[in-house]
Design a protein around this ligand. Structure first.
Ligand SMILES: NC(=O)c1ccc[n+]([C@@H]2O[C@H](COP(=O)([O-])OP(=O)(O)OC[C@H]3O[C@@H](n4cnc5c(N)ncnc54)[C@H](OP(=O)(O)O)[C@@H]3O)[C@@H](O)[C@H]2O)c1
Length: 337
């Protein structure tokens, strides 16, 4: 069996284990090419290096969150190698410094703790102080807590880190975006339609009033990434700046670090057979951030380097829900956006 078909055969079982709540039903949504946008020339096996081969990126500036691990590290490394000045963030300055120092090219490390809205404001202020214009923002950092409800300052933790922290950061950075082709890339996940609650964002769960199944917190936060991107794309229409969301694939990174030991061990064993490498996993976000093929595409959802739509029951393109999420997120981050 080829690596890719073996991947297809086995992927769901580990993805389901990782999802911890994955419910499979006959009407489970799947994707198909999004006919509103051109399809690209790359697929699941492409690497971040391959999708940027021959693309002139010198003189461009990018900000990548979560640059010290997994997809963020690969993104930092490849963009810097291609001549991009990469501002890489880590939860501590030391982590960002270490990552930046380990890749070639021009990099600037910054601290960003997404659970702390003031840290997002401080990070954006530091970028403003650098006097740069941003060509790419890759909102990549994220956690999968694989656990029960945890509140941080009264807000469910996974939603706070994966969505609200980036909501503050990206809004703060908007004035710095290059009006001639600046791109914001949100690293979401297909968990947005595989693992989110069937009704989409359960707004009463964000402060713990309603309790979800443990796996749904990650799915809900990844749906929030998609809806944030969607609503932002509407607001950016005609501005020259774009917003898109991507799913990297199942990738062997440290994302399962909080999973129960049996899932973590299982992923370590079978990961090399079924999951993408970080080089492959980072391809979609790097492609959407940097490839000339994607110029002008706004409001799309990408999997395996191609814009797709999601069939069946899902909320990935739910405009009223995106508007409501924006409103609620603004209230929840009052004073920081
Ligand atoms: N790997 C997959 O199969 C997969 C699939 C779908 C989507 N994704 C998404 O891909 C993105 C990157 O994940 P990854 O797979 O590369 O995982 P990873 O190796 O665990 O990297 C996650 C990064 O996010 C950072 N981070 C975590 N919590 C943070 C916080 N509170 N504030 C700031 N930064 C924080 C981590 O910093 P520390 O190392 O300091 O904790 C790390 O740099 C995530 O958004 C994830 O949801 C991954």
């Amino acid at each position: 069996m080829s690596r890719l078909s073996r991947r297809g055969f086995l992927q769901f079982s580990v993805a389901a284990a990782l999802a911890s709540t994955a419910a499979c039903s006959e009407d489970e949504p799947e994707t198909s090419p999004d006919s509103r946008f051109p399809q690209g020339g790359f697929g699941a096996g492409a690497t971040a290096e391959a999708v940027t081969e021959g693309v002139n990126l010198s003189g461009k500036t990018a900000l990548v969150t979560g640059c010290n691990s997994g997809l963020g590290y690969e993104t930092l490394s490849v963009l810097a190698q291609r001549g991009v000045h990469v501002i890489g963030t880590g939860r501590t300055l030391e982590k960002a410094q270490q990552a930046c120092a380990s890749v070639g090219g021009k990099t600037t490390p910054l601290a960003l703790e997404l659970a702390d809205f003031q840290s997002a404001v401080d990070c954006a202020d530091a970028v403003k102080g650098m006097g740069v214009q941003l060509d790419m923002v890759i909102a990549n950092a994220g956690i999968n807590a694989f656990g029960e409800l945890i509140l941080v300052d009264g807000i469910e933790r996974t939603f706070r880190v994966n969505h609200l922290g980036h909501f503050v950061l990206v809004n703060q950075l908007l004035p710095l975006m290059n009006p001639q082709g600046g791109r914001i890339v949100h690293v979401g996940s297909r968990s947005a339609y595989k693992q989110a609650p069937p009704e989409g964002i359960v707004f009463d769960s964000l402060n713990g009033d309603v309790v979800l199944e443990s796996g749904q917190y990650y799915g809900q936060s990844k749906l929030a990434n998609a809806l944030f991107s969607l609503q932002l794309s509407k607001q950016l229409a005609g501005s020259g700046v774009t917003s898109n969301v991507i799913h990297p694939g199942l990738v062997q990174t440290n994302i399962a670090r909080n999973a129960p030991a049996v899932i973590r061990k299982g992923f370590e064993w079978v990961g090399p057979l079924i999951a993408k490498t970080p080089a492959e996993g980072a391809a979609t976000q790097v492609y959407v951030a940097a490839s000339p093929d994607v110029a002008g595409i706004n409001g799309a959802y990408f999997e395996d380097c191609n814009p797709v739509t999601v069939n069946g029951p899902n909320h990935v393109f739910d405009e009223p829900m995106a508007q409501k999420l924006w409103q609620v997120s603004t209230q929840m981050t009052d004073g920081y956006v």
